[in-house]
Ligand binder design. Sequence first.
Ligand SMILES: Nc1ncnc2c1ncn2[C@@H]1O[C@H](COP(=O)(O)OP(=O)(O)OP(=O)(O)O)[C@@H](O)[C@H]1O
Ligand SMILES: [Mg+2]
Length: 313
Amino acid sequence: MSLLSILDLRVVFSANGWKVHALDSVSFDLEEGGRLALVGETGCGKSVIGLAIPGLLPTTARVSGRILWKGRDLLQLQQKDLVRCRGRSIGLMPQNSAQSLNPLVRIGRQIEEVFRVHFPWLHGKGKGMVHGLLDRWGFDDPPLASRRYSHQLSGGMRQRVLLAICEAMEPELVIADEPTKGLDPLLRADAVENMEAMVVRPGRAMLLITHDLPVAGMLADQIAVMYAGQIVEQGRAADVLGKPVHPYTAGIAASLPEQGLHSIPGVAPSMITLPAGCRFRDRCSRSDEDCSYPPPLVSAGEDHLVRCFHPLG
Ligand SMILES: Nc1ncnc2c1ncn2[C@@H]1O[C@H](COP(=O)(O)OP(=O)(O)OP(=O)(O)O)[C@@H](O)[C@H]1O
Ligand SMILES: [Mg+2]
């Protein structure tokens, strides 16, 4: 049985009389030991997936489908059971580091609190463990860092504090939303290494959300490429990055600096007025009249799915 199984997840936000169709027909499985990266341009729905799993979407969101955690549907759980599931079972490192830390509580206390709630038997040892964690996440002077408030830290430092908090919870599933954003190359490499160590233990899994394709390639064994609220390609990381079959994936791979930054012309459609057919159609050089119908997600080889009538290769 999969650790996490997402089946036909749909999320619609109601905002100012408009309906924002943030996610449509999203399905994927994550096995024990699995590491799946969700990649795609801004606004395609990556964070909405990350927030939907632990039940942290705002009340303006209408969520349908199934989010099975070890076979139990999280969408059907009572709030108190869901809260119990967060932390030790599912740990989220949210995207917005500035808003995710408590501005009134020193950093060290915020990490210590995780130990107090999740590991009460470690009573009294919290401070030493906090300093050890801060050291591992690249803080030169952990006692000083633990006395700081979040506004006294840079964005990259806050990011690393959130990663340390996530590590302290020892969750079975780590959901890390843009964990390397704002980190310089050296710290980014350290963060990748620490994140690998976080999920290498038995029974662990990771859902990585990132704009950074090279980081996805380093950390994930599977990659799901999202476009306008849907998964458009999914498969083994090496296949998706090395031999992309969806024109959109090929486009984002070509827009990497080492490929000469050939960005895809045009913009993604509005999530309020989505086109009836293929959502990538207007930006795609391969589109024709077939693409006025919505393409289903179909097999493109072993362990490889694509949502396109005219895939590459
Ligand atoms: N609370 C909300 N109310 C209304 N719309 C929302 C809300 N949260 C997200 N959305 C919309 O849902 C869509 C998906 O947003 P999401 O934050 O998941 O994108 P993302 O892929 O994480 O982008 P980024 O790479 O910029 O973080 C966007 O169109 C966004 O505007
Ligand atoms: Mg996001």
